[in-house]
Design a protein around this ligand. Structure first.
Ligand code: TRP
Length: 533
């Protein structure tokens, strides 16, 4: 490959921009203009692996033609020991033809430092690959859309999560990770982990390394308080977080983004769009969250409207200074007509990832690692956070991503709090739960009993069965139900009865605890104070 390092002295940390004239020279040295690809050397792939340990892309936060050009220099996937390079490769590969519409490369080369030597890899477009105009094979015609503000599956089977891992460039939660969880905590992994409801992660091994060497980390999660009517789908990340807090015995911060929901509210027909409204929803939602039984000695809940200031705001500013409009445009789809509140908001969701935002909890420890359990739709915020972290001297937060909780009507979208028949609310009575499941839960059963007995039900599309995978903890029982239902021995009504039992019990317990949460309890959780850990 082309190594531009011709002995000229350059500062090590100054990646060098290659001028056009030099590129031509390089092309000439690289080989004939027949567009032949030179294989990357071992040194170069090693240097790239190190680059992708820190960075998501060749340059900056979003894929560019630089990534497409580098991708084309690979004849096949890099070996698995170069895991960061391989993750990048799989990610770029997943774009298929879409890569043709990546924006232009920022620079024409990538200069890396390895063993104190500079290695320059050309990532310009002048070396067209043989007969291949884009990064990989053609993808499905339509892609699932997953962003913080839009979730839409392209098929009625729901979001293709497996593909999403590659597109987002995250890692799968696999057996090896689960074994490590179990070894370190002495607990069987939570059913959300065992059943791939949390299916993807970033840097989870780094968190487990810290645990292994006796260090603590902290948990961060959040909620945008858009409505008073929380439904069971809203609980998933919090249930996971609670379990993690219990088994690792670590502090937790919960961000309530009343500011975000105020800024994003466009619906003029909605009764109350005032900032006060969202601010008070934050406190109401905090009650439901607290009712999941979080430990007040280890948990700090805050509303952005109340809390942003001081050390937290210092970190918001650091993030703001290092992220450009172009970058958030690429990540969140903002344009010139987006409000400036929206444009800067991602910095506020980033700041809780850094322990120095909470000096009353962490003292002057600026490097306590952070783990964020969240829905996969929140990943764009944290891709931005992870990219900016090293630039402002902080560790990147680690992530655990969940799938979406399916709506009663079927798995093709996230549950919506505004459609009362699509969700089970935290306030629904035992009888309402029963009625909703029986009436609305999309069934994978057959049209007639005879047909059902003969062909069996389809667990893959059956919402009641899906809900059981979320809430029935007993693996053997779940497997038995799966077999009975898919062989036709169990009818839809019987399957629904199993789910109703599980949900009624869970909700009754939740509602009992919810009754005990007072304004005083909320105040305790929301007061900045030191936590036990
Ligand atoms: N933006 C999230 C929402 O609309 C709220 C949120 C803030 C969040 N910080 C978070 C969610 C961290 C998960 C993790 O719901």
């Amino acid at each position: 490959m082309c190594n531009l390092d011709s002995g000229r002295h350059r500062g090590h940390h100054q990646p060098r921009t290659v001028t056009r004239g030099e590129c031509d020279l390089v092309k000439a040295r690289c080989g004939p203009a027949s567009h032949q690809r030179m294989p990357l050397s071992d040194l170069e792939t090693k240097a790239l692996d190190e680059h992708f340990l820190i960075c998501s892309y060749v340059h900056g936060y979003t894929a560019s033609q630089g990534d497409a050009a580098l991708f084309r220099q690979f004849k096949c996937a890099p070996p698995s020991h170069l895991c960061h390079l391989l993750r990048w490769y799989t990610h770029i590969h997943s774009f298929g033809r879409e890569s043709a519409s990546f924006p232009a490369a920022k620079k024409e080369s990538l200069t890396l430092l390895i063993n104190d030597k500079e290695v320059t890899i050309m990532v310009n477009n002048s070396m067209e690959a043989e007969g291949q105009g884009e990064a990989g094979q053609p993808p499905a015609p339509e892609e699932d859309i997953v962003t913080p503000h839009t979730v839409q599956a392209s098929s009625n089977k729901g979001i293709d999560y497996d593909k999403l891992v590659d597109r987002f460039g995250s890692s799968r939660i696999d057996e090896a990770l689960l074994e490590r969880f179990e070894r370190l905590t002495g607990h069987k992994p939570h059913r959300f982990l065992r059943r791939n409801i949390f299916f993807s992660h970033r840097d989870m091994h780094r968190i487990l390394d810290a645990v292994e060497s006796g260090k603590k980390f902290f948990l961060y999660t959040g909620r945008g308080p858009s409505s008073n009517a929380m439904h069971i789908g809203h609980l998933i990340a919090f249930i996971m977080t609670k379990w993690l807090q219990d088994v690792f015995d670590v502090p937790l911060v919960i961000q309530l983004t009343d500011d975000e929901k105020y800024l994003w509210q466009k619906d003029a027909t909605k009764k109350d769009n005032s900032l006060e409204h969202y601010h008070s929803l934050a406190r109401e939602n905090a009650k439901d969250i607290i009712a999941l039984d979080f430990d007040v000695n280890k948990t700090f809940i805050f509303s952005d409207v109340d809390f942003v200031g001081g050390a937290f705001y210092e970190n918001v500013l650091k993030v703001q200074k290092h992220v450009t409009f172009n970058q958030v445009k690429g990540i969140f789809g903002f344009d010139e007509s987006s409000s400036i509140g929206m444009i800067m908001f991602p910095a506020i969701q980033a700041a809780p990832s850094f322990s120095s935002s909470f000096p009353f909890i962490f003292g002057n420890k600026k490097d306590v690692p952070c783990l964020i359990p969240c829905g996969i739709d929140q990943d764009p915020y944290f891709r931005m956070t992870r990219d900016v972290a090293p630039k402002i001297g902080f560790q990147k937060p680690a992530l655990l991503h969940s799938t979406f909780f399916p709506a009663l009507h079927g798995a093709s979208s996230k549950m919506s709090a505004s459609d009362s028949t699509s969700s089970i609310y935290l306030t629904d009575t035992a009888n309402q739960i029963k009625k909703k499941i029986n009436k609305y839960a999309f069934s994978g059963g057959r049209d007639t009993v005879e047909e059902h007995r003969e062909l069996g039900g389809d667990c893959e599309v059956d919402v009641s069965f899906m809900y059981l995978t979320f809430f029935l903890d007993d693996d053997e029982k779940l497997e038995e139900i799966r077999q009975q239902y898919s062989s036709g021995k169990m009818l839809t009504g019987e399957l629904k009865a199993e789910l109703i039992k599980v949900l009624q019990k869970m909700m009754a317990e939740f509602q009992e605890r919810r009754k005990l949460v007072t304004d005083e309890t909320v105040k305790q959780f929301m007061t900045p104070r030191s936590l036990k850990f």
